[in-house]
Design a protein around this ligand. Structure first.
Ligand SMILES: [Zn+2]
Length: 234
């Protein structure tokens, strides 16, 4: 086995991991998400305004129908009033007419308020609709920028993977298998050199005796840092 041959392989593996991480963290991803959300919420706002506008139209229609009913009622009472002779009956009819007029008046007030709201809704719907094409093109641009950034990282990942294949082809299978096994358990380096008397993986100082022992078992599965367990290339 040749542990030193693992060092460039590990460097490529680390680069692949960094690239995968970069892919997840791409700022273009956040921008594209934000632009898509802005578009979505503008569309939802327009829908909400249109729905309210529809509700108001329905309510105004209902008030108009009720107004017509009240007009008819009033006309009927007024016709009756012309024919009655008894004072008490006339008073009762006048009372009914006053009631109808009162209801009609509050109905007119409500209708005016709704017409006001409808007018301001019209303006807001126009504004909201006008903003959508801009938001659509911003979302499309952000999405294209994200796709391009993603493609660029993918190209780098593909190149790194090719390099890994090339490097791995030059290393014996037993060494690779040991490296893969150690790597799957380690969050830090799977293989390291001794740098200034310390393990290059965990930075713990190794005594002269520990270093000598490692050298004695160099390039065997026993050549490991006694602290982090990584393979030591000595
Ligand atoms: Zn170590």
């Amino acid at each position: 086995m040749d542990f030193r041959s693992l060092l460039p392989l590990q460097a490529v593996d680390q680069r692949i991991m960094q690239l995968e991480h970069r892919k997840v963290q791409l700022p273009e991803r956040a921008s594209a998400d934000a632009a898509a959300r802005a578009l979505q919420s503008a569309r939802a706002e327009t829908d909400r305004l249109l729905k309210r506008q529809g509700d108001i139209t329905g309510e105004i229609d209902r008030l108009e129908v009720r107004g017509k009913e009240l007009d008819a009622k009033k006309a009927k009472y007024e016709a009756q009033l012309k024919t009655v002779i008894a004072v008490r009956e006339a008073e009762a009819l006048q009372h009914e007419i006053a009631g109808v007029e009162g209801e009609h008046s509050s109905l007119d007030d409500a209708e005016l308020l709704l017409l006001d709201e409808s007018e301001s809704l019209d303006k807001r719907i126009v504004e909201s609709n006008a903003a959508i094409p801009l938001l659509e093109s911003a979302a499309a641009e952000a999405s294209a920028a994200f796709a391009a950034a993603l493609a660029s990282v993918d190209t780098e990942i593909a190149a790194a993977n090719e390099e890994r294949t090339r490097l791995a082809a030059g290393i014996d299978g037993e060494t690779i298998a040991l490296y893969d096994q150690v790597r799957s358990r380690m969050s830090s380096a799977a293989v390291a050199e001794i740098v200034k008397g310390a393990c290059g993986g965990c930075r713990t100082s190794l005594s002269v005796k520990e270093q000598a022992e490692t050298k004695n078992v160099a390039d065997t599965s026993d050549a490991r840092c006694p602290y982090c367990g990584c393979l030591l290339a000595v």
